[in-house]
Design a protein around this ligand. Structure first.
Ligand SMILES: Cc1cc2nc3c(=O)[nH]c(=O)nc-3n(C[C@H](O)[C@H](O)[C@H](O)COP(=O)(O)OP(=O)(O)OC[C@H]3O[C@@H](n4cnc5c(N)ncnc54)[C@H](O)[C@@H]3O)c2cc1C
Length: 425
Protein backbone atom coordinates (compact mmCIF):
# COMPACT_ATOMS: atom_id res chain seq x y z
CA UNK A 1 0.00 0.00 0.00
CA UNK A 2 1.89 3.05 -1.18
CA UNK A 3 -0.73 5.71 -0.41
CA UNK A 4 -0.39 8.02 2.60
CA UNK A 5 -3.11 8.06 5.20
CA UNK A 6 -3.87 10.28 8.17
CA UNK A 7 -5.94 7.59 9.85
CA UNK A 8 -5.87 3.80 9.54
CA UNK A 9 -8.83 1.88 10.95
CA UNK A 10 -8.28 -1.82 11.70
CA UNK A 11 -11.53 -3.82 11.58
CA UNK A 12 -14.54 -3.25 9.34
CA UNK A 13 -17.35 -4.00 11.77
CA UNK A 14 -19.91 -1.41 12.92
CA UNK A 15 -17.42 0.44 15.16
CA UNK A 16 -14.70 0.56 12.50
CA UNK A 17 -17.05 1.68 9.73
CA UNK A 18 -18.52 4.43 11.88
CA UNK A 19 -15.04 5.57 12.95
CA UNK A 20 -13.70 5.57 9.39
CA UNK A 21 -16.71 7.50 8.06
CA UNK A 22 -16.49 10.11 10.81
CA UNK A 23 -12.73 10.68 10.44
CA UNK A 24 -13.17 11.07 6.69
CA UNK A 25 -16.11 13.45 7.18
CA UNK A 26 -13.73 15.69 9.11
CA UNK A 27 -11.30 15.72 6.20
CA UNK A 28 -8.82 13.01 7.15
CA UNK A 29 -7.45 10.64 4.52
CA UNK A 30 -8.64 7.32 5.88
CA UNK A 31 -7.91 3.67 5.12
CA UNK A 32 -9.94 0.83 6.60
CA UNK A 33 -8.37 -2.64 6.80
CA UNK A 34 -10.64 -5.68 7.08
CA UNK A 35 -9.49 -9.27 6.90
CA UNK A 36 -12.75 -10.69 5.53
CA UNK A 37 -13.63 -10.23 1.88
CA UNK A 38 -16.70 -8.23 3.01
CA UNK A 39 -17.39 -5.68 5.74
CA UNK A 40 -19.67 -6.14 8.74
CA UNK A 41 -20.12 -9.92 8.74
CA UNK A 42 -21.25 -9.90 12.37
CA UNK A 43 -23.44 -6.85 11.82
CA UNK A 44 -25.41 -8.90 9.28
CA UNK A 45 -26.20 -11.49 12.00
CA UNK A 46 -27.49 -8.96 14.51
CA UNK A 47 -31.06 -9.10 15.72
CA UNK A 48 -31.63 -12.33 13.79
CA UNK A 49 -30.71 -10.54 10.56
CA UNK A 50 -32.95 -7.55 11.39
CA UNK A 51 -30.37 -5.59 13.45
CA UNK A 52 -31.49 -4.20 16.77
CA UNK A 53 -29.56 -1.06 15.94
CA UNK A 54 -30.05 0.85 19.21
CA UNK A 55 -32.35 1.20 22.18
CA UNK A 56 -34.71 4.17 22.16
CA UNK A 57 -33.46 5.27 25.55
CA UNK A 58 -32.93 8.96 24.94
CA UNK A 59 -32.24 10.01 28.51
CA UNK A 60 -28.47 9.90 28.97
CA UNK A 61 -28.57 9.07 32.70
CA UNK A 62 -30.89 6.11 32.13
CA UNK A 63 -28.83 5.00 29.14
CA UNK A 64 -25.55 5.14 31.08
CA UNK A 65 -27.18 3.18 33.94
CA UNK A 66 -27.85 0.30 31.53
CA UNK A 67 -24.10 -0.32 31.37
CA UNK A 68 -23.84 -0.88 35.13
CA UNK A 69 -20.79 0.08 37.16
CA UNK A 70 -18.59 0.37 34.11
CA UNK A 71 -20.91 2.85 32.39
CA UNK A 72 -19.73 6.12 33.95
CA UNK A 73 -16.97 6.98 31.43
CA UNK A 74 -19.61 6.91 28.72
CA UNK A 75 -21.04 10.28 29.80
CA UNK A 76 -18.32 12.09 27.96
CA UNK A 77 -18.68 9.98 24.80
CA UNK A 78 -22.51 10.22 24.85
CA UNK A 79 -22.26 14.01 25.15
CA UNK A 80 -20.88 13.86 21.59
CA UNK A 81 -23.01 11.06 20.12
CA UNK A 82 -25.91 9.59 22.09
CA UNK A 83 -28.92 7.44 21.20
CA UNK A 84 -30.82 10.40 19.72
CA UNK A 85 -27.81 11.35 17.59
CA UNK A 86 -27.57 7.72 16.43
CA UNK A 87 -31.25 7.70 15.47
CA UNK A 88 -30.85 10.99 13.59
CA UNK A 89 -27.64 9.83 11.92
CA UNK A 90 -29.27 6.78 10.35
CA UNK A 91 -32.63 8.38 9.53
CA UNK A 92 -30.93 11.35 7.87
CA UNK A 93 -29.14 8.81 5.68
CA UNK A 94 -32.45 7.36 4.53
CA UNK A 95 -32.58 4.39 6.93
CA UNK A 96 -36.07 4.59 8.44
CA UNK A 97 -36.30 3.18 11.96
CA UNK A 98 -39.07 1.74 14.14
CA UNK A 99 -39.37 1.07 17.86
CA UNK A 100 -40.44 -2.39 19.07
CA UNK A 101 -41.16 -3.68 22.61
CA UNK A 102 -38.48 -2.96 25.24
CA UNK A 103 -37.59 0.13 23.14
CA UNK A 104 -35.60 -1.99 20.74
CA UNK A 105 -35.05 -0.09 17.51
CA UNK A 106 -34.87 -1.84 14.14
CA UNK A 107 -34.76 -0.65 10.53
CA UNK A 108 -38.28 -0.51 9.07
CA UNK A 109 -36.98 -2.81 6.32
CA UNK A 110 -35.99 -5.44 8.96
CA UNK A 111 -32.69 -5.85 7.12
CA UNK A 112 -29.26 -5.63 8.77
CA UNK A 113 -27.81 -5.28 5.28
CA UNK A 114 -29.46 -1.84 5.05
CA UNK A 115 -27.53 -0.70 8.14
CA UNK A 116 -24.29 -1.83 6.55
CA UNK A 117 -25.26 -0.08 3.30
CA UNK A 118 -25.83 3.20 5.20
CA UNK A 119 -22.36 2.94 6.74
CA UNK A 120 -20.78 2.04 3.41
CA UNK A 121 -22.39 5.13 1.88
CA UNK A 122 -21.08 7.28 4.76
CA UNK A 123 -17.55 6.00 4.14
CA UNK A 124 -17.87 6.48 0.39
CA UNK A 125 -18.91 10.14 0.86
CA UNK A 126 -15.64 10.76 2.70
CA UNK A 127 -13.67 8.71 0.16
CA UNK A 128 -12.45 6.18 2.70
CA UNK A 129 -10.10 3.67 1.07
CA UNK A 130 -11.53 0.27 2.00
CA UNK A 131 -9.10 -2.64 1.82
CA UNK A 132 -10.80 -5.99 2.39
CA UNK A 133 -8.94 -9.29 2.54
CA UNK A 134 -6.13 -7.62 4.52
CA UNK A 135 -5.32 -9.44 7.73
CA UNK A 136 -3.36 -7.32 10.19
CA UNK A 137 -0.70 -9.33 12.00
CA UNK A 138 0.58 -6.85 14.57
CA UNK A 139 1.60 -3.32 15.49
CA UNK A 140 5.03 -1.78 15.99
CA UNK A 141 5.55 0.99 18.47
CA UNK A 142 8.20 3.44 19.63
CA UNK A 143 8.19 6.42 22.00
CA UNK A 144 4.52 6.14 22.93
CA UNK A 145 3.36 5.96 19.31
CA UNK A 146 2.21 3.17 17.03
CA UNK A 147 4.68 3.46 14.20
CA UNK A 148 3.63 0.68 11.85
CA UNK A 149 0.84 -1.75 11.07
CA UNK A 150 2.04 -5.10 9.78
CA UNK A 151 -0.36 -7.07 7.64
CA UNK A 152 -0.09 -10.36 5.76
CA UNK A 153 1.67 -8.96 2.69
CA UNK A 154 3.33 -5.76 3.85
CA UNK A 155 3.12 -2.86 6.25
CA UNK A 156 1.46 0.52 6.52
CA UNK A 157 2.14 3.73 8.42
CA UNK A 158 -0.50 6.27 9.35
CA UNK A 159 -0.69 9.28 11.63
CA UNK A 160 -3.38 7.76 13.84
CA UNK A 161 -4.65 4.23 14.25
CA UNK A 162 -8.18 3.24 15.30
CA UNK A 163 -8.41 -0.28 16.61
CA UNK A 164 -11.88 -1.81 16.09
CA UNK A 165 -11.19 -5.54 15.82
CA UNK A 166 -14.15 -6.52 18.02
CA UNK A 167 -14.36 -9.22 20.70
CA UNK A 168 -14.16 -13.00 20.49
CA UNK A 169 -17.70 -14.23 19.98
CA UNK A 170 -18.70 -15.89 16.69
CA UNK A 171 -15.11 -16.12 15.41
CA UNK A 172 -16.37 -17.21 11.99
CA UNK A 173 -17.32 -13.54 11.47
CA UNK A 174 -13.69 -12.46 11.90
CA UNK A 175 -13.80 -11.48 15.60
CA UNK A 176 -10.98 -13.70 16.79
CA UNK A 177 -9.62 -11.53 19.59
CA UNK A 178 -6.53 -10.32 17.66
CA UNK A 179 -6.78 -6.84 19.15
CA UNK A 180 -6.83 -8.21 22.73
CA UNK A 181 -3.55 -9.99 22.05
CA UNK A 182 -1.83 -6.94 20.52
CA UNK A 183 -3.00 -4.65 23.31
CA UNK A 184 -1.66 -7.04 25.94
CA UNK A 185 1.64 -7.20 24.11
CA UNK A 186 1.80 -3.41 24.13
CA UNK A 187 1.27 -3.41 27.88
CA UNK A 188 -2.37 -2.34 28.11
CA UNK A 189 -4.52 -3.93 30.79
CA UNK A 190 -6.84 -6.43 29.08
CA UNK A 191 -9.38 -8.48 31.05
CA UNK A 192 -9.49 -12.02 29.67
CA UNK A 193 -12.62 -12.30 27.54
CA UNK A 194 -15.44 -14.49 28.80
CA UNK A 195 -18.76 -15.16 27.19
CA UNK A 196 -21.16 -12.50 28.49
CA UNK A 197 -24.53 -12.64 26.75
CA UNK A 198 -24.80 -16.32 26.01
CA UNK A 199 -27.50 -19.02 25.86
CA UNK A 200 -27.81 -21.49 28.75
CA UNK A 201 -27.58 -25.27 28.24
CA UNK A 202 -30.24 -27.27 30.09
CA UNK A 203 -29.83 -30.87 31.17
CA UNK A 204 -33.53 -31.90 31.09
CA UNK A 205 -34.18 -33.79 27.83
CA UNK A 206 -37.73 -32.41 27.46
CA UNK A 207 -36.32 -29.02 26.59
CA UNK A 208 -35.60 -30.02 23.00
CA UNK A 209 -39.27 -30.98 22.54
CA UNK A 210 -40.24 -27.34 22.98
CA UNK A 211 -37.38 -25.80 20.97
CA UNK A 212 -38.53 -22.68 19.14
CA UNK A 213 -41.22 -21.70 21.67
CA UNK A 214 -40.83 -18.19 23.02
CA UNK A 215 -42.65 -16.90 26.09
CA UNK A 216 -43.21 -13.24 27.00
CA UNK A 217 -43.33 -11.91 30.55
CA UNK A 218 -42.36 -15.05 32.42
CA UNK A 219 -40.40 -14.99 35.65
CA UNK A 220 -37.09 -16.83 35.72
CA UNK A 221 -35.59 -17.67 39.11
CA UNK A 222 -32.03 -18.87 39.61
CA UNK A 223 -31.35 -21.28 42.49
CA UNK A 224 -28.21 -22.69 43.96
CA UNK A 225 -29.20 -25.55 46.24
CA UNK A 226 -32.06 -24.15 48.33
CA UNK A 227 -30.89 -20.56 48.00
CA UNK A 228 -32.73 -18.25 45.66
CA UNK A 229 -30.10 -16.14 43.90
CA UNK A 230 -32.00 -13.96 41.47
CA UNK A 231 -35.43 -13.49 39.85
CA UNK A 232 -36.25 -11.44 36.78
CA UNK A 233 -39.20 -11.20 34.39
CA UNK A 234 -39.02 -10.99 30.60
CA UNK A 235 -38.88 -12.95 27.38
CA UNK A 236 -37.32 -16.40 27.01
CA UNK A 237 -36.82 -18.72 24.08
CA UNK A 238 -36.43 -22.50 24.24
CA UNK A 239 -33.68 -23.78 21.93
CA UNK A 240 -32.66 -27.33 21.00
CA UNK A 241 -30.09 -27.29 23.82
CA UNK A 242 -31.64 -25.06 26.43
CA UNK A 243 -32.74 -21.49 26.93
CA UNK A 244 -32.03 -18.21 25.20
CA UNK A 245 -33.91 -14.93 24.64
CA UNK A 246 -33.19 -11.50 26.15
CA UNK A 247 -34.01 -12.44 29.76
CA UNK A 248 -31.75 -15.48 29.72
CA UNK A 249 -28.92 -13.71 27.89
CA UNK A 250 -28.98 -10.90 30.42
CA UNK A 251 -28.86 -13.36 33.34
CA UNK A 252 -26.22 -15.60 31.75
CA UNK A 253 -23.21 -13.83 33.21
CA UNK A 254 -24.47 -14.35 36.77
CA UNK A 255 -25.47 -17.94 36.00
CA UNK A 256 -21.94 -18.55 34.66
CA UNK A 257 -20.43 -17.12 37.84
CA UNK A 258 -22.64 -19.34 40.03
CA UNK A 259 -21.73 -22.44 38.02
CA UNK A 260 -18.14 -21.95 39.13
CA UNK A 261 -19.21 -22.56 42.72
CA UNK A 262 -21.79 -25.36 42.36
CA UNK A 263 -24.89 -26.70 40.62
CA UNK A 264 -27.50 -24.24 39.38
CA UNK A 265 -31.20 -24.83 38.77
CA UNK A 266 -33.71 -22.54 37.12
CA UNK A 267 -37.42 -22.27 37.61
CA UNK A 268 -39.91 -20.63 35.26
CA UNK A 269 -43.11 -19.08 36.56
CA UNK A 270 -45.41 -18.95 33.53
CA UNK A 271 -47.99 -16.86 35.42
CA UNK A 272 -45.94 -14.40 37.52
CA UNK A 273 -48.79 -11.91 37.87
CA UNK A 274 -51.16 -14.23 39.74
CA UNK A 275 -50.80 -16.29 42.89
CA UNK A 276 -51.31 -20.10 42.98
CA UNK A 277 -54.91 -19.75 44.24
CA UNK A 278 -55.94 -17.45 41.41
CA UNK A 279 -54.19 -19.69 38.91
CA UNK A 280 -56.10 -22.69 40.21
CA UNK A 281 -59.39 -20.81 39.69
CA UNK A 282 -58.34 -20.05 36.13
CA UNK A 283 -57.47 -23.72 35.52
CA UNK A 284 -60.84 -24.82 36.95
CA UNK A 285 -62.66 -22.42 34.60
CA UNK A 286 -60.82 -23.73 31.55
CA UNK A 287 -61.28 -27.37 32.56
CA UNK A 288 -64.99 -26.80 33.27
CA UNK A 289 -65.52 -25.35 29.80
CA UNK A 290 -63.95 -28.38 28.15
CA UNK A 291 -65.06 -31.05 30.58
CA UNK A 292 -65.87 -33.59 27.87
CA UNK A 293 -62.56 -33.10 26.10
CA UNK A 294 -59.32 -34.91 26.71
CA UNK A 295 -56.96 -32.78 28.79
CA UNK A 296 -54.37 -32.63 25.99
CA UNK A 297 -56.91 -30.70 23.89
CA UNK A 298 -57.55 -28.08 26.58
CA UNK A 299 -54.08 -27.21 27.89
CA UNK A 300 -53.56 -24.94 24.90
CA UNK A 301 -55.96 -22.44 26.50
CA UNK A 302 -53.52 -22.00 29.37
CA UNK A 303 -50.10 -22.47 27.89
CA UNK A 304 -48.47 -23.04 24.52
CA UNK A 305 -49.77 -26.57 23.58
CA UNK A 306 -46.38 -28.31 23.14
CA UNK A 307 -45.20 -26.96 26.46
CA UNK A 308 -48.56 -27.97 27.97
CA UNK A 309 -47.97 -31.56 26.87
CA UNK A 310 -44.51 -31.53 28.43
CA UNK A 311 -45.99 -30.24 31.69
CA UNK A 312 -48.66 -32.97 31.67
CA UNK A 313 -45.88 -35.55 31.39
CA UNK A 314 -43.88 -33.93 34.19
CA UNK A 315 -46.99 -33.89 36.40
CA UNK A 316 -47.64 -37.57 35.61
CA UNK A 317 -51.02 -36.88 33.97
CA UNK A 318 -52.31 -39.07 31.15
CA UNK A 319 -52.89 -36.59 28.27
CA UNK A 320 -55.84 -38.62 27.02
CA UNK A 321 -57.81 -38.49 30.25
CA UNK A 322 -61.18 -36.67 29.87
CA UNK A 323 -61.21 -33.52 31.97
CA UNK A 324 -64.18 -34.63 34.08
CA UNK A 325 -62.10 -37.60 35.27
CA UNK A 326 -59.13 -35.47 36.33
CA UNK A 327 -58.44 -35.65 40.07
CA UNK A 328 -57.92 -32.60 42.26
CA UNK A 329 -54.34 -33.78 42.89
CA UNK A 330 -53.72 -33.93 39.13
CA UNK A 331 -55.06 -30.41 38.69
CA UNK A 332 -52.98 -29.01 41.54
CA UNK A 333 -49.85 -30.78 40.27
CA UNK A 334 -50.43 -29.25 36.84
CA UNK A 335 -50.81 -25.78 38.40
CA UNK A 336 -47.65 -26.27 40.45
CA UNK A 337 -45.59 -26.86 37.32
CA UNK A 338 -47.10 -23.78 35.66
CA UNK A 339 -45.82 -21.68 38.58
CA UNK A 340 -42.55 -23.56 39.05
CA UNK A 341 -41.17 -25.35 36.01
CA UNK A 342 -37.74 -26.56 37.15
CA UNK A 343 -34.65 -27.14 35.02
CA UNK A 344 -31.06 -28.13 35.71
CA UNK A 345 -28.36 -26.02 34.12
CA UNK A 346 -25.48 -27.99 32.65
CA UNK A 347 -23.50 -24.99 31.48
CA UNK A 348 -23.32 -22.00 29.15
CA UNK A 349 -22.74 -22.27 25.44
CA UNK A 350 -19.14 -21.41 24.56
CA UNK A 351 -17.84 -17.92 23.89
CA UNK A 352 -18.10 -18.69 20.18
CA UNK A 353 -21.91 -18.63 20.59
CA UNK A 354 -22.05 -15.52 22.76
CA UNK A 355 -23.69 -12.32 21.54
CA UNK A 356 -20.81 -10.42 23.08
CA UNK A 357 -17.79 -11.41 25.11
CA UNK A 358 -17.19 -9.73 28.43
CA UNK A 359 -13.66 -8.60 29.08
CA UNK A 360 -11.44 -6.62 26.76
CA UNK A 361 -9.31 -3.53 27.09
CA UNK A 362 -9.75 -2.03 30.55
CA UNK A 363 -11.70 1.23 30.37
CA UNK A 364 -9.14 3.07 32.44
CA UNK A 365 -6.71 2.69 29.51
CA UNK A 366 -8.84 5.07 27.44
CA UNK A 367 -9.56 8.78 27.50
CA UNK A 368 -13.27 8.86 26.64
CA UNK A 369 -13.43 12.39 25.26
CA UNK A 370 -11.54 11.13 22.21
CA UNK A 371 -11.27 7.34 22.76
CA UNK A 372 -7.51 7.82 22.72
CA UNK A 373 -5.27 5.32 24.49
CA UNK A 374 -3.55 6.85 27.51
CA UNK A 375 -0.35 4.90 26.72
CA UNK A 376 -0.13 5.49 22.95
CA UNK A 377 -1.13 8.95 21.86
CA UNK A 378 -1.92 8.01 18.25
CA UNK A 379 -3.98 4.93 19.13
CA UNK A 380 -7.79 5.06 19.48
CA UNK A 381 -10.12 2.21 20.46
CA UNK A 382 -13.76 1.55 19.61
CA UNK A 383 -16.46 -1.10 19.89
CA UNK A 384 -16.42 -4.59 21.37
CA UNK A 385 -12.68 -4.47 22.05
CA UNK A 386 -13.54 -2.43 25.16
CA UNK A 387 -14.45 -4.08 28.45
CA UNK A 388 -18.05 -2.92 28.88
CA UNK A 389 -20.93 -4.89 30.41
CA UNK A 390 -23.99 -4.43 28.24
CA UNK A 391 -27.46 -5.92 28.33
CA UNK A 392 -29.24 -7.24 25.27
CA UNK A 393 -31.49 -4.71 23.49
CA UNK A 394 -29.34 -2.64 21.11
CA UNK A 395 -26.87 -1.52 23.78
CA UNK A 396 -23.85 -3.27 22.21
CA UNK A 397 -24.26 -1.56 18.89
CA UNK A 398 -24.83 1.75 20.68
CA UNK A 399 -21.32 1.38 22.14
CA UNK A 400 -20.02 0.84 18.59
CA UNK A 401 -21.78 3.90 17.15
CA UNK A 402 -20.76 6.16 20.01
CA UNK A 403 -17.16 5.06 20.53
CA UNK A 404 -16.67 4.73 16.75
CA UNK A 405 -17.90 8.27 16.15
CA UNK A 406 -15.84 9.73 19.00
CA UNK A 407 -12.70 7.80 17.97
CA UNK A 408 -13.18 8.98 14.39
CA UNK A 409 -13.43 12.61 15.55
CA UNK A 410 -10.47 12.25 17.90
CA UNK A 411 -8.27 10.54 15.33
CA UNK A 412 -9.10 13.04 12.58
CA UNK A 413 -8.50 16.07 14.77
CA UNK A 414 -5.08 14.91 15.94
CA UNK A 415 -4.05 13.42 12.63
CA UNK A 416 -2.69 16.35 10.65
CA UNK A 417 -0.12 17.15 13.31
CA UNK A 418 1.14 13.60 13.75
CA UNK A 419 0.98 12.90 10.07
CA UNK A 420 3.27 15.78 9.12
CA UNK A 421 5.54 15.31 12.06
CA UNK A 422 6.38 11.69 12.53
CA UNK A 423 5.02 8.51 11.32
CA UNK A 424 3.25 8.60 7.98
CA UNK A 425 4.85 8.30 4.63
C1 LIG B 1 -25.63 -13.42 16.76
C2 LIG B 1 -25.41 -12.01 17.26
C3 LIG B 1 -26.48 -11.12 17.30
C4 LIG B 1 -26.28 -9.82 17.79
N1 LIG B 1 -27.34 -8.97 17.78
C5 LIG B 1 -27.16 -7.71 18.26
C6 LIG B 1 -28.23 -6.77 18.19
O1 LIG B 1 -29.30 -7.03 17.63
N2 LIG B 1 -28.01 -5.54 18.75
C7 LIG B 1 -26.82 -5.18 19.33
O2 LIG B 1 -26.69 -4.07 19.84
N3 LIG B 1 -25.77 -6.03 19.33
C8 LIG B 1 -25.90 -7.26 18.80
N4 LIG B 1 -24.84 -8.12 18.77
C9 LIG B 1 -23.51 -7.60 19.21
C10 LIG B 1 -22.86 -6.80 18.06
O3 LIG B 1 -22.89 -7.56 16.88
C11 LIG B 1 -21.43 -6.42 18.41
O4 LIG B 1 -21.47 -5.64 19.59
C12 LIG B 1 -20.77 -5.62 17.29
O5 LIG B 1 -20.74 -6.33 16.07
C13 LIG B 1 -19.34 -5.23 17.67
O6 LIG B 1 -18.84 -4.41 16.63
P1 LIG B 1 -17.29 -4.16 16.44
O7 LIG B 1 -17.16 -3.31 15.24
O8 LIG B 1 -16.70 -3.71 17.73
O9 LIG B 1 -16.68 -5.59 16.17
P2 LIG B 1 -17.04 -6.72 15.09
O10 LIG B 1 -18.41 -6.58 14.60
O11 LIG B 1 -16.63 -7.98 15.73
O12 LIG B 1 -16.06 -6.35 13.89
C14 LIG B 1 -14.67 -6.47 14.01
C15 LIG B 1 -14.10 -6.60 12.62
O13 LIG B 1 -12.67 -6.59 12.70
C16 LIG B 1 -12.16 -7.53 11.80
N5 LIG B 1 -10.83 -7.98 12.24
C17 LIG B 1 -10.56 -8.65 13.40
N6 LIG B 1 -9.23 -8.92 13.46
C18 LIG B 1 -8.69 -8.39 12.33
C19 LIG B 1 -7.36 -8.38 11.81
N7 LIG B 1 -6.33 -8.98 12.44
N8 LIG B 1 -7.13 -7.75 10.62
C20 LIG B 1 -8.15 -7.15 9.95
N9 LIG B 1 -9.42 -7.18 10.39
C21 LIG B 1 -9.70 -7.78 11.56
C22 LIG B 1 -13.17 -8.66 11.80
O14 LIG B 1 -13.08 -9.46 10.64
C23 LIG B 1 -14.49 -7.91 11.93
O15 LIG B 1 -15.06 -7.64 10.68
C24 LIG B 1 -25.00 -9.40 18.25
C25 LIG B 1 -23.93 -10.30 18.18
C26 LIG B 1 -24.12 -11.60 17.69
C27 LIG B 1 -22.95 -12.53 17.63
Amino acid sequence: MNDSFDVAVIGGGPAGMMAAGRAAELGARVVLLEKNPVLGKKLLLTGGGRCNILNAEFDTHTLVAKYGNKGKPLYSAFSQFDAQATWDFFESRGLKLKVEPERRVFPVSDMSADVRAALAAYMAEGKVTVKTGVSVKGLRCADGLITQINYDSGFLKAGNIILATGGKSHPETGSTGDGFKWMRELGLDVAWPEAALVPVVIRNPWVKDVAGISLQDVKLTVWQGKTKKESRTGKILFTHVGLSGPLVLNMSKNIGALLKTGDVTLSIDLFPKIDPGMLDKKIIEVFERGKNKMIKNSVGELVQPHLGHVILALAGIDPEVPLHQLTRENRLAFGTFLKDLPMKVSGLLGEDQAIVTGGGVDLKEVEFKTMRSKKFSNLFLAGDILDFDRPSGGFSLQICWTTGYVAGSGAAEGAGHLFQGKTAR
